[in-house]
Design a protein around this ligand. Structure first.
Ligand code: AMP
Length: 440
């Protein structure tokens, strides 16, 4: 029940209007300390309900202390345009019974129109770091009165090279009273350093994503001989699995384009999203996927970030993600809001050890699956070490071409426990029905 939180009645009315019955685990964990004014560092992924977990306390602060508005009072930083747009919608939905106004500043939109919007001074400003900095430098933006600063998907903002811009914007919010930092992964040293610099005595809330994986999504691997074999497997899965919408992840833009070309040539309705696609193409791809005109998206991790599309129930890892956290993030897109999902990773001998590290990190054993008629000669290592890795694999230096970089094994780093850490289990979620794999 949301009524358990000390939220303003206008916010509770909006929550009821939206039909949210019970808070999700991240909301239950983060809303009370955020309402008390604490700084928070929250590890939770997209789809967990994290947006409401920071938007509700933020709005509560702004309603509770209705001052004549002079400058922006709340700033939300996000890595991608889509995520910023989705967050604006969420803020507007929760603020529908208040007088609070929100504005959006992202790249790819008209600068002058944005400057005019800033002159009308929204209470809440939502944006991506690059364009916000441009407005700051142009003198269009004053952040000195920001009371609450929120960084969402902070790990990805660092990955995308926004660290310096984020720090500049943070420093511009010099008089802020509260900072909330959300990230999908526990992140590396960069994120720890940023947290230490910008958060004051934060509580660290870690949502237990592993149990979420257990319950929501069936996870399988299929061994493959080479990329061409993987392409045949993708064709088969897309043609034979039962799914509403599917996403195929590759690690590189070049591979995404190649696979897209093959799928289009075979008559599939597919879209591709990667960093080189412009804003128009991204909007079109997401729109078509939402409407259901296109069922399959081929994407790289960065491009798929912030994607919130309902009915995404099949994830294919054409390439294995480079870390366990990234795996969780990819898979976390399926089986949302109690739905069920299927994740299939295609594994060549180059991928095996990475896959096995991720299994150990997540304490999972992925189901081994074979598709009749598409069985390759590679069936996994002949001998396994106790860790599950290939025995003697280290000697196989010939696997890589000269100069080719070795895929970084997923080595989970424990978060530095300099701050109170609360690990929140998601065991309260209803167990899900298991789907049957398609006939093979
Ligand atoms: P997020 O993780 O913030 O991207 O949220 C994922 C989706 O879950 C969004 O469409 C939200 O509107 C929805 N959602 C968030 N909290 C709840 C809740 N307590 N009950 C039902 N749906 C929710």
């Amino acid at each position: 029940m949301f009524a358990q939180f000390k939220l303003h009645e206008r916010l509770l009315k909006a929550v009821a209007e939206l039909g949210f019955a019970d808070p999700t685990p991240v909301q239950a964990a983060a809303i009370p300390p955020a309402l008390e004014g604490h700084d928070l560092r929250v590890t939770a992924q997209t789809g967990s309900g994290k947006t409401a977990a920071f938007v509700l306390p933020m709005l509560n602060r702004l309603i509770g202390d209705a001052q004549p508005r002079v400058d922006v009072r709340a700033l939300i930083l996000l890595p991608t345009r889509e995520l910023a747009q989705q967050t604006l919608k969420e803020v507007e939905r929760f603020a529908q019974f208040t007088f609070l106004k929100a504005g959006l500043i992202t790249g790819g939109e008209d600068f002058k129109v944005q400057a005019a919007m800033l002159r009308r001074v929204p209470d809440v400003l939502i944006g991506t770091p690059g364009r916000l900095i441009e407005h700051l430098d142009a003198g269009n933006l004053v952040l000195g009165d920001v009371e609450i600063l929120i960084l969402d998907e902070a790990d990805r903002m660092l990955d995308m090279g926004f660290a310096e811009n984020v720090m500049r914007l943070t420093e511009a919010c010099a008089r802020r009273q509260q900072t909330l930092l959300f990230s999908a992964t526990t992140g590396g040293a960069g994120l720890r350093e940023m947290s230490m610099r910008i958060l004051r005595e934060p509580q660290h809330l870690m949502l237990n994503r592993v149990s979420e994986l257990n319950e929501n999504v069936r996870q399988q691997i299929i061994t493959a001989d080479d990329p061409a074999h993987k392409e045949r497997l993708v064709h088969w899965l897309l043609a034979n699995e039962t799914y509403e919408k599917a996403i195929v992840f590759t690690n590189t833009r070049a591979q995404a384009d190649r696979l897209y070309g093959h799928l289009v040539a075979s008559g599939s309705k597919v879209f591709v999203l990667h960093g080189e696609k412009d804003q128009k193409e991204r909007k079109l791809a997401i729109e078509r996927l939402r409407q259901g005109g296109v069922k399959v998206l081929v994407a790289t991790d960065v491009a798929a970030r912030g994607l919130d599309v309902e009915g995404l129930d099949l994830v294919i890892n054409f390439d294995m993600p480079r870390s366990g956290d990234e795996y969780v993030h990819r898979i976390g897109r399926t089986g949302r809001a109690g739905g069920e999902g299927l994740a299939v990773s295609l594994i060549t001998h180059n991928d095996w050890n990475l896959m096995s590290s991720i299994e150990r990190y997540l304490k999972q054993h992925f189901e081994r699956r074979v598709i009749k008629g598409l069985k390759g000669s590679y069936q996994g290592p002949k001998q396994l070490k106790a860790s599950g890795k290939a025995a003697g694999a280290k000697k196989k230096k010939t696997d890589r071409k000269p100069g080719e970089k070795k895929a970084k094994a997923a080595r989970p780093k424990a978060p530095k426990r300099s701050e109170p850490t609360v690990v929140v289990s998601q065991d309260g979620l209803a167990p899900l029905r298991r789907r049957k794999p398609a006939a093979e």
